[in-house]
Write a protein of this length. Structure first.
Length: 165
């Protein structure tokens, strides 16, 4: 089981974004996922029955103002999962999927201004933020043998977010 969960944000509007902010987010959130996966496949660590779950985001599906680099990196995860699943990894007996969290109540979202936080909570059909355990249980299901035929999917953990619908 491999879970790609590292991620950073370096938020700015694209017009004000230095190249370093763009590249650092793409490096951590996307390029490292491909390098790690390739290395583990080449070494034989990932073999038949293996599971890969990458963390995408609703921002990668719908975009997010002021987070162009982050949204692009998470959209890249979606494309990577969908491209790797039927071609590169299926031949190894390894499934690859992603989770796409929406507004999840974390230390990171606690730092968001209160009005934006409340908007994030209300922008889904449940009118509340998700919890880290919601994402963790989805990852655990994708890691479980019972999900062995689930491959190349992006599971949204967002309370039916109105963004990216």
């Amino acid at each position: 089981m491999l879970v790609h969960n590292a991620g950073v944000t370096r938020d700015r509007r694209l017009v004000n974004m230095p190249a370093e902010r763009w590249s650092s987010v793409l490096e951590v959130n996307l390029a490292s996922v491909l390098r790690t996966t390739d290395a583990l496949l080449a070494s034989g660590t990932l073999r038949a029955g293996g599971r890969i779950v990458a963390t995408a985001s609703i921002a990668g599906i719908a975009g997010n103002a002021g987070q162009t680099n982050y949204a692009a990196s998470k959209a890249g995860i979606v494309g990577l999962v969908r491209s790797l699943a039927p071609r590169a990894l299926a031949g190894h007996g390894v499934t690859v999927n992603a989770v796409a969290p929406g507004f999840i109540e974390t230390r990171m979202t606690a730092a968001v201004p209160v009005l934006l936080r409340e908007a994030g909570r209300r922008m889904n059909s449940l009118a509340q933020g998700g919890l880290p355990v919601d994402v963790a249980e989805t990852v655990a299901w994708l890691a479980h043998p019972s999900s062995g035929t689930v491959n190349g999917q992006v599971v949204r953990v967002c309370g039916q977010s109105l963004l990216g619908a």
